[in-house]
Design a protein around this ligand. Structure first.
Ligand code: NAD
Length: 490
């Protein structure tokens, strides 16, 4: 029997979405709201039969969808984006209840960006087949052919944004997709299915298999009919996915965690840097690209800490639906315990908590913005991703030292560097990460590459990098002179 989740007056199907139809499951999982821990309802879990059904649907839809021109696909995808836009406030409210993210941010920014994720790549795909290489001998028509059935797996901290950032280029370049949303925040993906249906996206082009990683996720990535796997999530899960992908030699794109440095050089605008550092508590620190390791020049440490304390004390922790709230809840009790465990172990090892360090009085799933100092480079809390509102603070005295500290973890996602502009730029060039912001934070563009190195991932998303991943690059070689086979040919 089909199930629904109701958030305010919004009905959200709990079922899978396969070949344009809602498909009920044998088993459902409970879904809770991080706002107050209340049970929102149930979401379908996958099974081998469901996975098979979804892959068959995507396979069947592939020939017709991939045969359309990019311009024809754009018509569908623009309608898909329009349908998302029509329900801007529903998407915002549902994701806020389901994932605990700030409602105002969703309403005024994220859902608009989600539409752009679809529109931008639909537009950019128009230019995909343009590339030719002319030599004396031949014309090389370099094609981006769609790879086939794509599996997309996303985490709970920004499910709507991250799934559409992958769906946009995958669909625009002619692939058919199966999205496996996070089991802790599955609801907006169900609304995406409604939008796809309302837009008349052909059945099987976008399928959604709900459920947990162990059943739905692992079954999808192990199937040899899958041509690409695009994953955003944690390092341990990425290793399992890469093992499955290796069995079938399927390319996988892995966007993983971070432990990014936030460098404040002696010449920095201290107040500006401190205001940006306080922003790292956004989404209760559940942001992969946050600069969570503050590396501050020893000469400005006390001024920086004083300025940052002012910004942190002014933060409002609370219900993410309240427009005044700046820091919302942590997704799940298990994550709260994980965050608290990091702090306890750090204290036992001799660290000092400068502020925060415990649950916030607002509720069970709320945690105080926290700063931990008195640390060594090999301490667990310096080396491992906490994924909560917890930053570390270390000081340095020279450029070489801060570069070694910044590069001294297994991660390499992003970074932030505040300082006199040319100095900060030179330092940034020496930091081993996929991206780094100089005297700024969070500036992103759909054309720009995004992704990490080392344990932060493999591959790049954004602009042409997305298309390179989701497509098979093929060279159609057309000779300029009549060709005659000969064994003496060089
Ligand atoms: P996770 O790895 O536990 O889960 C991510 C997704 O993988 C979920 O949908 C889950 O159901 C699925 N999954 C779990 N086990 C699986 C398996 N064996 N096979 C296939 N799928 C499986 O991660 P999470 O806790 O949901 O998300 C937090 C992590 O995501 C953090 O490490 C964070 O840094 C990272 N993240 C990275 C980026 C980025 O762009 N680099 C963005 C957001 C989050």
């Amino acid at each position: 029997m089909s199930e629904f989740i109701k958030i305010n007056e919004i009905n959200i199907s709990s079922d899978h979405y396969i070949a344009g139809q809602r498909v009920a499951a044998k088993h459902y999982l409970d879904v809770f709201s991080p706002i107050d821990g209340r049970l929102l309802g149930k979401v379908a879990n996958g099974s081998p039969e469901i996975i098979n059904q979804a892959i068959e649907a995507a396979e069947q839809a592939f020939p017709a969808w991939s045969a359309l021109s990019a311009a024809e696909r754009k018509v569908y995808l623009d309608k898909f984006a329009d349908e998302i836009g029509k329900r801007n406030d529903d998407f915002a409210l549902v994701e806020s209840n389901d994932a605990g993210v700030l409602l105002s941010r969703m309403q005024h920014g994220v859902v608009k960006r989600v539409q752009l994720n679809i529109r931008h790549f639909a537009e950019q795909a128009l230019t995909l087949q343009d590339h030719t290489i002319n030599t004396n001998q031949a014309e090389h028509l370099v094609r981006h052919d769609p790879a086939g059935v794509v599996v997309i797996i996303t985490p709970w901290n920004a499910p709507l944004m991250l799934s559409t950032w992958k769906l946009g280029p995958a669909l625009a370049s002619g692939n058919t997709c199966i999205l496996k949303p996070p089991e802790w925040a599955p609801c907006t993906s169900s609304l995406l299915a409604d939008a796809a249906q309302a837009a008349g996206l052909p059945p099987g082009v976008l399928n959604i298999v709900q459920g947990n990683g162990a059943e739905s996720g692992s079954g999808l990535v192990a199937d040899p009919r899958v041509a690409r796997i695009s994953f955003t999530g944690s390092v341990p899960t990425a290793k399992l996915i890469a093992q499955s992908a290796a069995q079938n030699l399927v390319p996988c794109s892995l966007e993983l965690g971070g432990k990014s440095p936030f460098i404040v050089l002696a010449g920095a605008d201290i107040d500006n840097a401190a205001a940006t550092a306080a922003l790292m508590y956004r989404n209760a620190g559940q942001v992969c690209l946050a600069g969570t390791r503050l590396l501050v020049h020893e000469s400005i440490k006390s001024d920086f800490v004083k300025a940052m304390r002012g910004y942190v004390e002014a933060l409002t922790v609370g219900d993410p639906r309240d427009p005044a709230t700046e820091v919302g809840p942590i997704i799940h009790q298990r994550q709260v315990e994980r965050v608290a465990g990091f702090i306890e172990r750090a204290k036992s090892a001799g660290a000092t908590v400068l502020w925060g360090g415990a649950k916030h009085e607002y509720g069970e799933l709320y945690f105080q913005p926290t700063l931990v100092t008195n640390l060594k480079q090999d301490d667990e809390i310096v080396q491992n991703e906490v994924f909560g509102p917890v930053l570390t603070l270390q000081t340095f005295s020279s450029d070489d030292q801060v570069i070694a500290m910044a590069n001294g973890t297994d991660y390499g996602l992003g970074g932030v560097c505040y300082g006199e502009q040319s100095h900060a730029t030179e330092i940034s060039k020496r930091i081993r990460t996929g991206f780094i912001w100089v005297n700024s934070f969070g500036i992103r563009d759909l054309e720009a590459p995004f992704g990490g190195i080392k344990r932060s991932g493999i591959g790049r998303e954004g602009g042409n990098w997305s298309f390179e991943f989701f497509c098979d690059i093929k060279d159609v070689v057309v000779p300029k002179k009549p060709f005659r086979a000969s064994f003496s040919q060089r």
